[in-house]
Design a protein around this ligand. Structure first.
Ligand code: URP
Ligand code: ZN
Ligand code: ZN
Length: 465
């Protein structure tokens, strides 16, 4: 059979193995993996000697062109997915925010109309739940049928849901092949502490952290796990950033409950010290970065297998917008950039010896595909899957600079971070979309990927197909 593209002479990395092999692609799919595949039958041969051949990352958590914090997040579907491609991410899950009174299918149609003409890599959605009254809860099942089986509830923000609504959607999710994700922080505590610090004229970025310290997130994690385990419903905790929550996740998983935690590179790299910096407001996101004990607990959880997914929570705002909160932390739009940095950062940590490359592939791609119903298409270098492939150069040394990034943001919290190794090329369904830092893709070529209904009955993802 003729081959369109042959990745020759590299080392293939999966979630469990690393081995020398060539990878052949025909059209948009991987057709063969093996030693010494003949190059003369290939239209194009990519020399991968000395390189790693990895599945493209799947970013389970982005906010593109999202109205939030009095503005709209800086990256739209074009610039956000362009940056993703150049950081080795070939699928992004974006959060739709449901409007009040809007059915879930209508919210998907509304956002897909914006995403489809812009996306440069494949994408799917989760839906941020605001309103399940007046029969809207029944439309969850219609969204599952449309290929969007994951819903996020926010325990904070002015549109957050009550514990009662959270419980209701968890209960419903079990019967319709849906998964509930949660942003866990204690809203009342956040509001009380925020008022207290404002009244004391404590308004610097440090007080963003002080109004949302460890226990504010940890208590909400424990509560969320309580609701899910009492129903034996699967639960996905987004952007976990604290040690108490990590402990609660581990405990529930050890008891056999299907509880899955996601953390983000910013929580693995930074601590709350960033809020003491003069530009601390640029690091403001919720939950905030925590102390060293939490950061260490997240790394341990990742190594142990209790962090299932690493994703970015990419939600950047321009410097001028972050400046709204120079003298009042409550006016800082919450969120930071990361979509182009996740895979390079995590792979660099592997290259420096902190974790294995397999663990990075597992948590940035394979598990994400398994959890969100893409396991037949994405998340691995395997015959029959989409040719979403990253060629990684372990010898490249790169210092992150915003001016080298491909999104629309004018600053990054990752400025100056030194990486060992970097993605050299990214292929999206067999098409080269970035090479040596140059974006080569095309707007509108990214496709909506329909996720399968989700059935997670155990914490173990290893024997899932
Ligand atoms: O600060 C953040 N994380 N902004 C995005 C919205 C969210 O809570 O995920
Ligand atoms: Zn959140
Ligand atoms: Zn988020």
């Amino acid at each position: 059979m003729a081959i369109d593209l042959l990745f020759k002479g590299g080392k293939v990395v999966t979630a469990t193995q690393t081995f020398k092999a060539d990878v052949a692609v025909k059209g948009e799919r991987i057709t063969e993996i093996g030693l010494n595949i003949k190059p003369d039958s290939a239209t194009r041969v990519v020399d991968c000697r000395g390189k790693l051949v990895l599945p493209g990352a799947i970013d389970a958590h982005t906010h593109l062109a999202m109205p939030f914090g009095g503005t709209i997040s800086a990256d739209d579907y074009e610039t956000g997915t362009r940056a993703a491609a150049c950081g080795g991410t070939t699928t992004v899950f974006d959060f739709i925010l449901q409007d009040f009174g809007e059915s879930f299918p209508d919210s998907i149609k509304r956002r897909d109309a914006i995403a489809a003409p812009q996306a440069v890599v494949d994408y799917s959605f989760h839906i941020g739940v605001k309103d399940v009254a007046n029969g809207l809860i029944d439309t969850m099942e219609d969204a599952v049928k449309m290929g969007v089986p994951s819903f996020k509830v926010f325990m904070v923000y002015d549109f957050g849901v009550t514990d009662g609504v959270f419980y209701q959607v968890l209960e419903r999710s079990k019967n319709i092949g849906a998964l509930i994700a949660v942003h866990a922080e204690n809203n009342e505590m956040v509001n009380m502490l925020t008022s207290k610090y404002l009244s004391e004229k404590k308004t610097s970025a440090w007080y963003h952290y002080m109004s949302r310290p460890e226990f504010v997130e940890g208590e909400a994690d424990v509560r969320a796990i309580q609701w899910a385990t009492s129903l034996n419903a699967p639960l996905y905790i987004v952007h976990l950033a604290n040690a108490q929550g990590m402990k609660a996740v581990t405990k529930a998983r050890d008891k056999g409950y299907p509880i899955f935690a996601e953390t983000c590179p910013q929580y693995l790299h930074f601590t709350n010290d960033v809020y003491k910096r003069p530009d601390g407001r640029n690091f403001v996101c919720s939950p905030p970065m925590k102390g060293k004990e939490s950061r260490d607990a997240l790394w341990e959880g990742l190594k142990r297998g209790d962090i299932a997914v690493v994703a970015t929570d990419h939600c950047p705002f321009k410097k001028s917008e972050k400046n709204w909160g120079k003298n009042d932390f409550t006016k800082i739009p919450n969120g930071c950039a990361g979509i182009e940095n996740m895979y390079p950062y995590m792979l660099s940590e592997a290259n420096k010896g902190r974790i294995s490359f397999n663990k990075v592939v597992e948590t940035c791609s394979t598990n994400t595909a398994k959890i969100f119903g893409l396991n037949d298409r994405k998340g691995a270098i395997e015959v029959g899957r989409d040719a979403d492939i990253v060629v990684y150069d372990p010898k490249a040394n790169v210092t992150i600079e915003n001016k080298k990034m491909h999104g629309a943001t004018d600053h990054t919290i990752w400025e100056g971070v030194k990486l060992k190794g970097y993605p050299q090329a990214t292929y999206s369904r067999g098409a080269l979309v970035c090479e040596n830092g140059k974006f080569l893709g095309k707007k509108g070529t990214g496709r909506f990927v329909k996720c399968n209904p989700i059935k997670l009955t155990s914490p173990d993802l290893n024997n899932m197909k």
